[in-house]
Ligand binder design. Structure first.
Ligand SMILES: Cc1ncc(COP(=O)(O)O)c(C=O)c1O
Length: 476
């Protein structure tokens, strides 16, 4: 008996593979005709429960199970009606590239092979986009949560020197600053890095949800007076709740004067650099020491494709590079090509995320992706206008980019709007999410997907008004 996992019948595998590819292309082509999301029936959820399979199964049979029980119950972020959280729509070229990457099964931790050059090329493109020098470094990671963690770690290393990698941070009282509107993964990065969540100062924001610069300067002064060491300032280029962009020029200035590392969380907002009408709003980002961003959000690359960019590649490398005999470098052969990506982050084995990103950027071009980004903001402005035109609805926050927060007016607005959103999810036409802002719970529509059109946000408004009126009548 052979234990080789390749098929005995390549022709049959080829035919089955073509069917699977065709089905997925059909799925994407006709995605609008499906519900955005649908509840998972118990029997479907239970259908996967079985002991670890000992025996072989036919690929076609396993695929049928996928088609029946997995595919119809996905998140739905490929659908034009998906507006929840901050999810990109993916794109077919990126999907095909992911198949090619899986075929190559490349490990981008290191060694001398062309897939790493693809990743390096994307790092060069990003360095150019943000005005960083040739000595900048870039690395694919899972997402911005991980890229922000890298930012904290590189900043810690820059503050304490490479010796802190073995000595640890004991005896140093490092403090970091960001705004109250920052994503929770920044506090989590402080926790994971051992600096402690309490060492992150969450500075108040103004009415536009931008960090209050006076409060920031005051917090830094108080910490210095108390003998602490401010080491990191995190600016936001598109806050998760409403898409606010901090005054990055002023933050860069403060970071420079205070000798702090300036990191920008640009999870989705950083790629607004591709949109000529939005790029000026990111002024100051070019002065960052590091930037975290996701290609899987506004960049429309299939999940996952986060990216970390550092202005000073050497400082980045110093944070992670760990020589090991079994990773010895050579001047020639497969072990050449140093430095290897594994020197720039905690992962040794790494997949080929760069390929789907390279295909997406090459096939569609940066201008077209920028056009998508710009258009999602125009659709958000249209949604804002639709909300303002309905007396039953209340806008809950300024619309800075592509996110609109609003709610149905009611006495028990928090409960009612949470119900409306859950009803919308189950109806399957549009799927926003919720957040809690100063005034309470808001329906939050983040227009990220390139497939979303004006009619989708109009449908959102119509359904919210109808469900709100229905619930209000039922309660009367
Ligand atoms: C501003 C911001 N930062 C960080 C993140 C986390 O990114 P990821 O989900 O890619 O880890 C998000 C996610 O929406 C975000 O909007």
């Amino acid at each position: 008996m052979t234990v080789n996992l390749d098929p005995a019948d390549w022709a049959a595998l080829r035919a089955q593979g073509h069917r699977m590819l065709d089905d997925l292309l059909d799925y994407i082509e006709h995605i609008r005709t499906r519900p955005v999301w649908q509840p998972i029936p118990d029997e479907v959820r239970l259908s996967l429960r079985e002991p670890l399979p000992e025996a072989t199964s036919d690929l076609a049979a396993v695929y049928e199970q996928f088609k029946r029980n997995v595919l119809p119950y996905a998140t739905g972020n490929t659908h034009p009606g998906f507006m929840g959280w901050v999810h990109g729509g993916g794109n077919p070229a990126g999907m095909l590239a992911e198949m090619l990457a899986a075929g190559l099964n490349a490990n981008l931790g290191g060694r001398d092979h062309m897939p790493i050059e693809v990743e390096r090329q994307i790092a060069r493109w990003m360095a150019d986009l943000f005005g960083f020098p040739d000595t900048a470094s870039g690395l694919f990671v899972t997402g911005t949560s991980m890229a922000n963690l890298l930012g904290v770690l590189v900043a810690r290393n820059a503050a304490l020197g490479a010796a802190s990698r073995s000595a640890g941070v004991a005896g140093h009282r490092l403090v970091a600053y960001t705004s109250k509107a920052a994503h929770g993964c920044i506090a989590q990065a402080m926790e994971i890095s051992g600096l402690g969540g309490a060492a992150l100062r969450l500075i108040p924001t103004d009415e536009r949800h931008q960090i209050d610069l006076t409060a920031l300067k005051l917090a830094i002064a108080i910490d210095r007076r108390d003998g602490l060491t401010p080491f990191l300032l995190v600016g936001n280029a598109g806050t998760v709740d409403i898409g606010a962009i901090d005054d990055l020029v002023s933050l860069a200035d403060i970071a420079r004067c205070e000798r702090m590392w300036f990191h920008v969380d640009g999870a989705f907002g950083a790629l607004a650099m591709l949109a000529p009408d939005l790029a000026p709003r990111l002024a100051g980002i070019e002065q960052a020491d590091s930037i975290a961003l996701d290609f899987h959000k506004w960049g429309q690359v299939p999940y996952d494709a986060g990216f970390f960019l550092a202005y000073d590649g050497e400082k980045h490398r110093e944070t992670f590079a760990s020589p090991a005999a079994y990773l010895r470098r050579e001047a020639r052969g497969l072990a050449a090509g140093s430095p290897w990506p594994c020197e720039f982050g905690p992962d040794l084995s790494r997949g080929f995320r760069a390929l789907k990103t390279w295909f997406t950027l090459k096939v569609h071009g940066a201008a077209r992706i920028g056009g998508v980004i710009s258009e999602t903001c125009a659709i958000a402005r249209h949604l804002k206008a639709c909300v303002e035109a309905r007396p039953e609805l209340e806008l809950m926050a300024p619309v800075a980019l592509n996110i609109v927060c609003f709610r149905y007016r009611a006495a028990d607005a928090d409960r009612l709007n949470a119900k409306i959103v859950a009803d919308l999810h189950e109806e399957g036409t549009v799927a926003p999410s919720t957040t809690v802002l100063g005034k309470g719970l808001a329906i939050r529509a983040a227009i990220v997907n390139h497939r979303t059109e004006r009619r989708d946000v109009e449908a959102l408004v119509e359904r919210v008004v109808a469900l709100g009126a229905e619930a209000t009548r039922a309660a009367a």
